[in-house]
Structure formats: C-alpha cells, structure tokens
Design a protein. Structure first.
Length: 456
C-alpha cells in the first residue's frame, strides 16, 4: 500500500484518539458517515478542500494526515525487520503500521537504537576484559585478598580456644587483607572509569599507542616537511617526550618510535602534496598510484590512511565513498596475523590483541601474496556499515634460497555511502570484528560462541 493511500487510516486513528464518533466527524466535515467510512478504510481518495475540512475538524495539520511517517522511520523499521528475520514481520504493511501507530513505531525505532548502542559498548568492553593483563592482575589480587580473609576468619570461628597472641595476629592479618582488598577495588574502579593518578598506570601499551595517534589524528605534519634523518629523529623524540601523560610504558614509547620512524620514511618516499595530486586524478587506487610512483602498495595504503578526512573528502565528491572526519581505516598484520598497526574507524573497530575476524581480506591476502584484493563487505550487527576493503600482502624480507619470506599484509577500509553500496550488483560479503562480539551463528569461521544473544 503506497503512502498516499494511507490518509484514511490516519484519519481514523486520529478520530479514535480524539474520542470522536464517525457520525460527528462526518457532520463537521459536511459529508455522510458512509462516505467517511469508505475514506477511513482507504477505499476513496481524499484531497483538496475535503482534506482541509477533515483536518480542521480533527484539529490537526493537514500535512500530518497526508504525509504520514517520515522516510527515516520507515527505513529504521525495515532495518529492524531485516535483522530479525525469525519474527516474520509483515513488511508490506510497514507504512500502514507507522501511519496508524506512530508512537509504537517510534518506540520500536528507539529500542533498536538503544540495543545497537549497547552492543557497541559490549564490543569495546569485551576486548578490554578478555585481553587486558592489568585488569586480570587486579581481579587476581582481589580474589587473593578475599580468600585470605575467609581462611583467617574460619580459623577464628572454628577454633574454640585460641591464644590471645594468635588472635591478635589473625586480627591484624584480616585488617591488612581487608585494607588490600579495599585499595584493590578502588584501583579497579578507577581503572575502569579511566581515572588516573600520577603514580598509577591504568592503560596497556596498546591503549597508550592508540591514544597517542588519536590525539594527533594519525597525521604528523612535523614529519611531512622533509629534512635530514637527524631532524626527523629529533622531532620524533620531541613528540614522544611531550606525550608523557599518554606514553607511560617503555613498551609503548618504543613502539611509537618505530611507527613514527616508518611514517617519516614513507613521507620521504611519497610526499603529501604528490599524494593528494594523485588521488584527485586516480581516486583511491593504491595499486595505480604505486605503479606511477614506483613504490610499494603497502606504503601507499599507509600514506592514504594518514590523510585527515576533511582534506580527503573534497577529492571524493563524485565517488561512492563516504569519507568522514576520521578518513580511511587501516590494519596491518605480520605473517602470524598479529595486528602491528591499527587505525580504527568509528564504525569499524579493530581488536587490540589479534583474534580478529578470519574473513577479513587482510588475512586472505596473506595466502595470496602480491595479489591486490578488493571487495565490498558489511559488518555484522544491527547497524552494520558497508565498506570497501583493499588488501595487499608482500614480503618484507629479501628472498633467499631455503627460507620462507616474511610477509606483511595491509588492509585499507573505505566507508561506502548508501548509494555507493547499492551500486554493486553482488551483495556485500558479511564480516565481523571478532567471534566474541559477532552475532552471526552461521559463519564457518566461528572459533567461539558469541556473547551477543541472538544471531543474524
């Protein structure tokens, strides 16, 4: 049923809300009750002066009767139905439902958005709780303190006659263990709330590295300006020294220094202005750009990921891409599949400690080195975003007889617009972030059950 044929349903719904009888409304509108009955059952078209008269009698705007639910609301309802196929929703009547019951339709949309938001929270927390060594250590210390208090209190309760000296000792032990438990629980709460103090390290090296790069927007203008090796090294050391509040651990500082040194080397091989010129002519085609500049495709991918979104977006006006503030995403892994460089996007999270989705083209490229892979994919979930991923794996060590070369794989993630996603004749391939937070039950690559209830 088309939207313009639903005016009668909206008239009837508004009349019932107002508590009006059909005959009373028909009299006010200057028509017969039988004709109004045909209108309310969508058997007669309505418009012009009659619509204005009925709207006046119902004390509503005529537009609210003729237009009905917004397209965004209808789209949200269709998406909810598509993500819950077992419900067998009557999609043909979605506009009629939204027109007759706008309150219920809005509630369904709000609950779907709420569920999506909670799932995103689970996405970020499950990776942290599963792999965070400091969190595991804090929980271990708290359990140790609880066990010690229980053991000591059991001795005091179950022993009939205990020397005063031993009683005092056990009481001191309980007090010390209780103090340790209190301090441990307070530190854990502060850690989970990201409340840091000067002498308390509350993040892992991966968190520190990500926070450092996010502060700079993954773009370092100081390293784009050329200069000598000594100037670049001094600039890198200066940036690391000025980030003392972020780079606390020696491991994080060492990894950031390695990544920034590679950033400077990439900028020397492929300048920022030259990169923008190539993108304006060839678009986001790392293979074509690499062939023109005679550099590695992985290097071009790293350079493209370093371009801020507001600079890249104007160059993509007629493209199928939806480049936002964050720009392009990037994942780099070594031969073991461990992520060695990460630039996540707001709708494409990257796990900190591996355990990523085996369906990523990042890993497919490892088994097909020197072959450029391009595919359109969509993240599983209620608000799964469509992306185009470009992947390429190449040796990072010189070939030698009798040895297997080490490979490095790159994957560039490019957000697609709604129209861009619809251009493909084939549906996008579903992928996830990791098995623990992927709702797909029918995936052949699943390693462990998902903590998200209800598959799609």
């Amino acid at each position: 049923m088309r939207r313009e044929t639903l005016t009668g349903s909206r008239i009837r719904e508004r009349r019932l809300i107002n508590g009006q009888k059909q005959a009373d409304l028909a009299r006010k509108a200057g028509i017969s009750a039988s004709y109004l009955n045909l209108i309310e059952h969508n058997r007669r078209r309505i418009g012009g002066k009659l619509l204005l008269d009925i709207a006046a009698a119902l004390e509503v705007e005529p537009m609210s009767l003729s237009e009905g639910a917004e397209a965004a609301l209808l789209g949200a309802l269709r998406e909810v139905a598509a993500l819950n196929p077992s419900a067998d929703c009557e999609l043909a009547q979605v506009e009629e439902f939204a027109g007759r019951f706008p309150g219920w339709a809005g509630l369904i949309e709000a609950l779907a958005q709420r569920q999506s938001s909670l799932e995103q929270t689970v996405v970020s927390l499950t990776d942290r709780m599963t792999h965070d060594p400091q969190l595991a250590e804090a929980l271990h210390d708290m359990l140790g303190a609880v066990t010690a208090i229980r053991s000591t209190s059991s001795i005091l309760v179950e022993t009939d006659k205990l020397e005063p000296e031993w009683q005092d000792r056990f009481h001191r032990n309980i007090n010390e263990d209780a103090t340790r438990l209190t301090e441990g629980s307070q530190a854990l709460v502060a850690y989970l709330n990201n409340e840091t103090s000067e002498h308390q390290q509350v993040t892992t090296p991966q968190d520190e590295i990500e926070a450092f790069f996010q502060r700079h927007g993954y773009h370092f203008a100081l390293l784009e300006n050329g200069g000598s090796d000594k100037q670049a090294q001094d600039g890198i050391e200066s940036m690391i020294a000025s980030a003392g509040d972020l780079l606390v651990s020696a491991s994080a500082r060492a990894q950031v220094q390695r990544l920034l040194a590679r950033y400077w080397s990439d900028a020397q091989a492929f300048g920022f202005d030259a990169m923008l010129d190539d993108v304006s002519i060839m678009g986001l085609e790392p293979a074509s750009i690499a062939a023109k500049r005679e550099v590695d495709i992985g290097l071009v991918m790293r350079r493209l990921a370093s371009v801020p979104g507001p600079i890249l977006q104007p160059l993509m006006q007629d493209s199928p891409y939806d480049i936002a503030e964050a720009g392009l995403g990037l994942a780099v892994c070594d031969s073991s599949g461990t992520l060695t460089m990460r630039k996540p996007l707001p709708r494409f999270a990257l796990p900190r400690f591996g355990a990523a989705c085996p369906l990523w083209s990042l890993y497919q490229a490892l088994s097909r080195p020197l072959i450029a892979l391009r595919e359109r994919s969509q993240l599983s979930g209620r608000d799964g975003a469509p992306f185009e991923t470009l992947a390429f794996a190449a040796p990072v060590s010189a070939p030698q007889f009798g040895s297997v070369p080490l490979l490095e794989s790159h994957m560039l993630m490019i957000p697609l617009s709604a129209s861009g996603a619809a251009q493909s004749a084939e549906p996008p391939r579903p992928i996830g972030i990791s098995c623990r937070i992927c709702p797909r039950d029918d995936c052949a690559g699943r390693r462990e059950p998902s903590i998200l209830a209800g598959g799609v």
